[in-house]
Design a protein around this ligand. Structure first.
Ligand code: C2E
Ligand code: MG
Ligand code: MG
Length: 813
């Protein structure tokens, strides 16, 4: 009984002293004697006695039961009560402190000794058992296990949540019926759990189930795993006892792993996992499919470099190892097992191992050969014209920049040719766009066939092409190429069911003489092409600086025309047309003038062709029509009621059906009869005429409007259309009249025209009559009307009116 230390809590000093002496005599050590509750607790904490002998009635507010409870709670020291009382109420209270004994005073030393001995033995056993439970609980806590038991007969399900603080305390037990327990399980898993419990409770043995708990949202789902076994406790009946564990994290990890494995196995991208020395550890099926190497073969490689056409360099790998993040993506070339090169988009990641050193490399790649092929095709489409496969404008620009740099470096000459097909719109309109496209494709092939592979041939759009070439020694080299191109173009174009003819106009600009930049060369080649068109088409023309001047004037005129219309800079002048037989002015031709604020009067020949090019002819024609209509309405009252005004109509304007409709409407609205107007058209209108032109002529005729064929003899003069179309006057061009007195051939032509017109029921107006001799000859030849400076220059409206009023409508020659 050595070193057994006892704390005595007794408020009666004598009894306390007696006890102390007794205990010491029995060989115990008394480590303290106190008389009241709080000092007893303090002393116990301080001394850590092996046992406390506790009186129930103490000094102060706290009695022995309370002090004992506190000491037991804090130190789990065994307590034996010593009391003079043993009535039921005291005993009942004393029980709550879980004492190891209850002695009623006075106590004999033998009784005291025996009780202490028993308490010590029991306490030893209790302590071992507590330690075991504690160990067990800690283990359960560490493994996050809960203990459950189900009393089958009484249907009570207890779940114990174990942790150090609530070691099997009643508050940590959840009791419920099995049905209630099962209700908390996800309906998908509940039947399996119920069946396992049922099966085990009836047949014995053990079970093991996983299940989900009911959750409000899928993301909150928790997975549990339960093990259980049936135990039979005789009269107490059967029990199922087991453990339960929250395995959500494990399930999630497993799930992720399963997904990763599926991705690895089924992805279309090749994956290889390498060790730190870049030896293959594993490859996926896509790897083998893309590279042709079975997995076993790759495992035998010294490292992954075997796969590459050009392996990554050592410095690259070193850089990758130090990089942050340690991932690289880019193009690489692999070698297929069959020797073919593979264009690859590759990603290399480093998986860090322990201590931050490299654990693995992960290689992910996809075969981008087909993507590259599509990209190449897109590149081609972006730089080429889909119809002809020639370079497009963008590509031409790049080529020209390059060629120009070359030519500059080598001090050599370079030529830029712009080719525009002549009258291609007519071909397109008459054959349709499908055949028009075929013609363009044939033309493109022909142009290309004339050039070397290193020369640039491009289609700029529509019927416009551009050719550039260098290595030029003399200008005659360029001449030869241009002639060859024109000759090739002029060859008949044979289509499916027909043959057509195309010509082209070529403008040429040379480096370095005609420009130092791509833009300048293209612009000047365009000027030159314009020159070729004006010189009569189907020819080539070298750029000359004057063209630039002309182009500037053209630009000024086209932009000035808008202002001219808005600011009333336009006006009409009228030139009398004289009836030869009577000398009377029966008609006048309205001629357009532009009084430019800076440049003075600009003749129509200078701006009408430009208005036609820049799309302003419609507005001009409309203005002229309105103005002329106003004049003729007034003059029909002032001069005579049969007076007529001739208006010149542009061929472009005439081709638009809507224009005729509008003019006829305006005429009707004005109340002026149709026979007050003569429309002067040129042979060009009839040359390209189709059904629409014929219909327009018919409608004008029906409205009483006369049609004059202007400048007769200067165009194509296909006489068949004189018969085909309904015309009223032929105007002999002044170029025939000018020499009529001197040149018998001109005279003969004029005579012939008058005779022919007479036979066809047309009247003739001779233009540009400047001398009395010319007038006499025309009169002798029965020409009906004349117009020219001999009678009057074209005059502004008021002057014209005065002139006629002065002479009573008789022209004074
Ligand atoms: P055009 O219709 O043949 O007009 C006759 C031209 O000859 C006028 O030139 C007139 O001034 C000129 N002329 C008249 N008598 C004589 C003469 O005795 N000797 C000489 N040397 N010339 C004479 P203009 O006014 O310069 O007009 C030139 C052309 O411009 C016209 O030729 C016509 O085709 C066109 N034009 C004039 N006004 C208009 C218009 O309003 N609309 C359209 N579309 N074209 C017009
Ligand atoms: Mg005219
Ligand atoms: Mg004329």
């Amino acid at each position: 009984m050595t070193n057994f230390r006892i704390l005595i809590v007794e408020d009666e000093r004598i009894i306390a002293m007696d006890l102390q002496l007794q205990l010491q005599a029995l060989g115990y050590i008394v480590c303290g004697v106190v008389a009241s509750g709080h000092p007893a607790i303090e002393k116990a904490i301080q001394q850590r006695p092996d046992l406390v002998l506790m009186d129930i009635h103490l000094e102060g507010a706290m009695d022995g039961v309370e002090a004992a409870r506190e000491i037991h709670r804090r130190l789990r020291v065994p307590i034996i009560f010593l009391s003079a009382y043993a009535e039921d109420a005291t005993l009942l209270r004393a029980e709550s402190a879980l004492p190891y004994g209850y002695l009623v005073k006075p106590v004999s030393p033998r009784e005291l000794h025996a009780t202490l001995q028993m308490a010590m033995v029991r306490f030893g056993i209790q302590r071992d058992s507590d330690e075991q439970v504690e160990r067990f609980c800690k283990a359960m806590e560490a493994s996050q296990l809960e203990v459950w038991e189900w009393h089958v007969e009484i249907d009570q399900m207890n779940v114990f949540s174990l942790n150090e603080e609530t070691l099997l305390s009643p508050s940590s037990v959840l009791s419920e019926t099995i049905r209630h327990f099962l209700q908390q399980i996800d309906p998908r898993d509940e039947p399996a759990v119920a069946q396992a419990i049922e099966h085990t409770s009836q047949g014995g043995g053990s079970f093991n189930v996983s299940f989900r708990l009911r959750a409000d949202a899928p993301a909150d789902t928790r997975w549990m795993e339960a093990h259980g076994k049936r135990f039979d406790d005789g009269e107490r009946g059967g029990r199922l006892i087991g453990v339960m564990q929250d395995v959500t994290e494990r399930r999630r990890t497993e799930e992720k792993l399963r997904q990763a494995v599926t991705v690895f196995e089924s992805t279309a991208e090749g994956i290889a996992i390498l060790d730190a020395e870049r030896r293959v550890i594993s490859v996926n099926p896509a790897f083998s499919q893309l590279t042709g190497y079975p997995a076993e073969e790759t495992l035998a490689w010294p490292d992954i470099d075997t796969l590459y056409q050009t392996p990554h360099s050592a410095p690259f790998l070193a850089q990758l190892r130090q990089g942050e993040p340690q991932t690289w993506q880019g193009n690489a070339n692999y070698l297929h097992k069959n020797g073919a090169a593979l264009c690859i988009w590759e990603s290399i990641s480093i998986v860090p191992g322990a201590d931050g050193v490299i654990g693995n490399y992960v290689l992910v790649f996809s075969d981008i050969s087909s993507v590259l092929a599509v990209q190449e095709q897109l590149d081609f489409l972006a730089k080429h014209d889909p119809l002809t496969n020639l370079c497009n404008r963008r590509m031409l620009h790049d080529h020209l920049e390059y060629e120009l740099a070359q030519a500059t470096r080598h001090h050599s000459m370079m030529a830029v040719l712009l080719i525009d097909l002549d009258h291609f719109k007519t071909i397109n309109d008459s054959l349709g766009h499908g055949l028009g496209d075929q013609v363009l494709a044939i033309v493109a092939r022909r142009l290309q066939s004339c050039m070397r592979a290193s020369d640039t041939v491009a289609r700029l759009g529509g019927d416009e092409f551009c050719i550039a070439f260098g290595d030029i020694d003399t200008l005659s080299d360029v001449d030869q190429v241009a002639q060859k191109l024109l000759a090739q173009l002029a060859e008949p174009v044979v289509l499916e069911h027909m043959t057509c003819y195309v010509t082209g106009s070529i403008g040429i600009a040379l480096f370095p003489t005609d420009g130092a930049s791509v833009e300048e060369l293209l612009r000047n080649a365009d000027q030159a092409m314009y020159g070729a068109k004006h010189a009569g088409r189907n020819r080539y023309c070298f750029y000359a600086p004057e063209m630039q001047k002309a182009a500037e004037i053209r630009l000024q005129i086209s932009s000035g025309l808008h202002e001219a219309l808005e600011q009333n800079q336009l006006f009409l002048v009228y030139q009398p047309i004289v009836e030869l037989a009577t000398g009377r002015v029966q008609k006048a031709e309205a001629l357009l003038r532009w009084r430019h604020p800076q440049h003075g009067d600009i003749p129509p020949s200078a701006f009408i062709p430009i208005a036609e090019e820049c799309g302003m002819i419609g507005d001009l024609s409309e203005w002229v029509f309105d103005e002329a209509l106003r004049s003729v309405r007034a003059w029909r009252q002032d001069l005579h009621s049969q007076f007529r005004i001739s208006i010149n109509v542009s061929a472009l304007h005439f081709r638009e059906q809507r224009n005729h409709q509008r003019w006829l409407q305006k005429l009707a609205d004005s109340g002026v009869p149709g026979d007050a107007l003569v429309l002067e058209i040129t042979e060009g209108v009839l040359l390209d005429a189709d059904y629409a032109v014929q219909e327009a002529l018919e409608r004008y005729h029906a409205a009483g409007i006369r049609i004059a064929l202007d400048d007769f003899g200067t165009g194509y003069s296909a006489l068949s259309y004189l018969k085909r179309y309904r015309l009223d006057y032929l105007k002999i061009d002044q170029s025939f009249v000018r020499q009529i007195a001197e040149d018998p051939r001109d005279l003969a032509l004029c005579e012939a025209i008058v005779v022919m017109a007479g036979k066809l029921g047309l009247e003739v107006i001779a233009e540009g009559v400047e001398t009395a001799a010319q007038a006499a000859i025309l009169r002798n030849n029965h020409c009906q009307y004349v117009q020219g400076y001999l009678y009057s220059r074209p005059l502004p409206g008021e002057a014209f009116l005065k002139l006629l009023q002065k002479n009573g409508g008789i022209a004074v020659a």
